[in-house]
Design a protein around this ligand. Structure first.
Ligand code: NI
Length: 509
């Protein structure tokens, strides 16, 4: 080994010496090649622009447990979403244990301004102290960033920091990759099977960049170095076919020590090594090859903003908006406002109105909202015969199901008028409400808005009407106000986690 090093150095020196004084050179001679051609970088890879990727953004904050988290689901990729959610739950669980307080979803006043959700480009590269400093007295902060979106493959990076701006206690990164075509999911370390091969390449590039001329074999990593490289792979990225690996703080190797150009990376001087495909290819796992091979625009879901019911109401604070008496000419505007805010609602439709607006019924369902039965003609059901009750509900359910393809398994009795007989004939849950906005009684927009933003609690079912102009006008501000308080707006079915109880339902306990 020592002889190879010496030979390499002599060759390097000899080339200079020979060309200066030797008259006859061998034209077929070529200088020795360094085995790895890679580059050292002193700036992080550019963030991925998540525009055009349909994500379901999430956010929580709990001031008793002292935790806040932002993350995003990718519609249609359950294995990825499960892995993302498990990471968030683990961070919350650890903080909950540390603080000795059980976690429950929490809502706030509008001044909490929790509307912005999901991932932010570049955020996982910020100093941990900045992330903790920007938090509201939280001891654990989770942020996310989309780091990969090509072909059918996608990568979301989650960073979990603990401590305070003055004293960071821990700082963990996990990047979750998915192939939405196959459902395969793995973290950053799962892309590389031959960790030792990658170690050699990384050290070779660093050695050369630091001025080292040696071509000697890089010694294999210690277990500790191997683990550090695995952690670094969570923070690695594919950029234009190259694999960009951050060198961990304090990174060193025997081959680098004593080199004049070598500076051990520290938080003020971070360093990345960018490796070409020829270098890292032999180290890839099968899954890593799928991610590395992916090219072109992201071919995942692109229906931006449609309501996506992946929400977990034991994790985020949920409530249900319900809209009665439509559809009407105002319904599309309300749907736009919901779509733009990744929010869902439940529409209790009248058969006679649905009949005239089949496209609106289809849109409600296609965008992820729930449809309920509000009868055909809006009668007081308690005044009707059993047969008339049954026909009011059946005709409406048949029409709504045929238009939307959605099973209609709940009803709301007009005027809330209900008795045991009506319940028995209907044979499905009767959905009433715990907050009545009285939007039909002619309130000013300001009063309607102030009441409907402030009245809901977690589990509230709120009554509104998509035939009321006031409701239509305030809808964007109402949704923003509820989101600012931390609420997630979900369908009734989601509010009860798919298990709506029988009988009369006013709110979710
Ligand atoms: Ni009604």
């Amino acid at each position: 080994m020592a002889r190879r090093v010496l030979a390499a150095v002599l060759v390097a020196v000899g080339v200079v010496g020979l060309s200066a004084c030797a008259p006859d050179t061998d034209p077929s001679w070529t200088p020795a090649q360094w085995p790895v051609v890679g580059r050292m970088l002193t700036a992080p890879p550019p963030p991925v622009d998540p525009a055009g990727i349909a994500l379901a953004p999430q956010r929580i904050r709990n001031d008793s447990v002292r935790v806040e988290a932002r993350w995003a689901y990718l519609p249609g990729s359950q294995p990825l979403n499960d892995a993302v959610e498990a990471t968030v739950r683990a961070a919350i669980g650890e903080q909950s244990t540390a603080s000795g307080v059980g976690y429950e979803p929490q809502v706030f006043g509008v001044e909490a301004a929790l509307r912005e959700r999901g991932c932010v480009a570049g955020v996982t590269a910020l100093p941990a102290a900045d992330l903790l400093g920007a938090a509201t007295d939280s001891h654990t902060v989770v942020v996310c960033e989309i780091v990969h979106a090509a072909g059918s493959t996608f990568g979301e990076r989650l960073r979990v920091v603990r401590g305070s701006a003055a004293a960071v206690e821990s700082d963990q990164i996990v990047t979750l990759y998915a192939d939405v075509a196959t459902g395969a999911v793995g973290d950053g370390a799962s892309l590389i099977g031959q960790n030792d091969l990658l170690w050699e390449d990384v050290v070779s590039v660093a050695r050369r960049a630091a001025g080292g001329l040696s071509l000697s074999q890089v010694s294999p990593p210690s277990d500790e170095q191997r683990a550090a490289l695995s952690r670094a792979l969570q923070d690695a990225s594919f950029v234009d076919g190259e694999l960009v690996v951050p060198l961990p703080v304090g990174f060193t190797a025997p081959e680098l020590e004593g080199l004049a150009g070598w500076q051990t990376p520290d938080p003020e001087h971070p360093v990345w090594v960018s490796l070409p495909r020829t270098s890292y290819d032999p180290a890839l796992t099968e899954f890593g090859r799928v991610i590395a091979d992916a090219q072109g625009a992201f071919a995942g879901p692109t229906t931006a903003g449609a309501a996506f019911d992946r929400t977990s109401c034991d994790l985020v604070p949920c409530m249900a908006l319900t809209m009665d008496d439509g559809p009407s000419g105002l319904t599309d505007g309300i749907l736009d406002a919901l779509r733009d805010r990744h929010s869902a609602a439940t529409f209790f439709m009248l058969g006679r109105n649905a009949q005239n607006r089949p496209d609106t019924v289809r849109r409600v369902s296609a965008e992820g909202h729930q449809i309920g039965n509000h009868t055909w003609n809006h009668p007081d059901l308690t005044t009707l015969s059993d047969e008339r009750i049954a026909s009011e509900l059946r005709s409406t359910a048949d029409l709504l199901r045929s238009l939307s393809g959605q099973a209609v398994s709940t009803f709301r009795p007009p005027y809330g008028a209900l008795n045991e007989r009506v319940l028995g004939v209907a044979g499905m849950p009767a959905i009433l409400w715990s907050v009545d906005t009285r939007d039909w009684a002619g309130p000013s927009d300001a009063d309607l808005l102030a009441y409907s933003v402030s009245a809901p609690r977690i589990g509230t079912i709120m009554l509104m009407h998509d035939i009321q102009e006031g409701t239509s006008r305030i809808m964007p501000q109402l949704l923003d106000g509820l989101l600012d308080r931390g609420f997630s707006l979900v369908t009734l079915s989601k509010l009860f986690d798919g298990q709506i109880p029988g009988g009369i339902v006013r709110y979710a306990p």
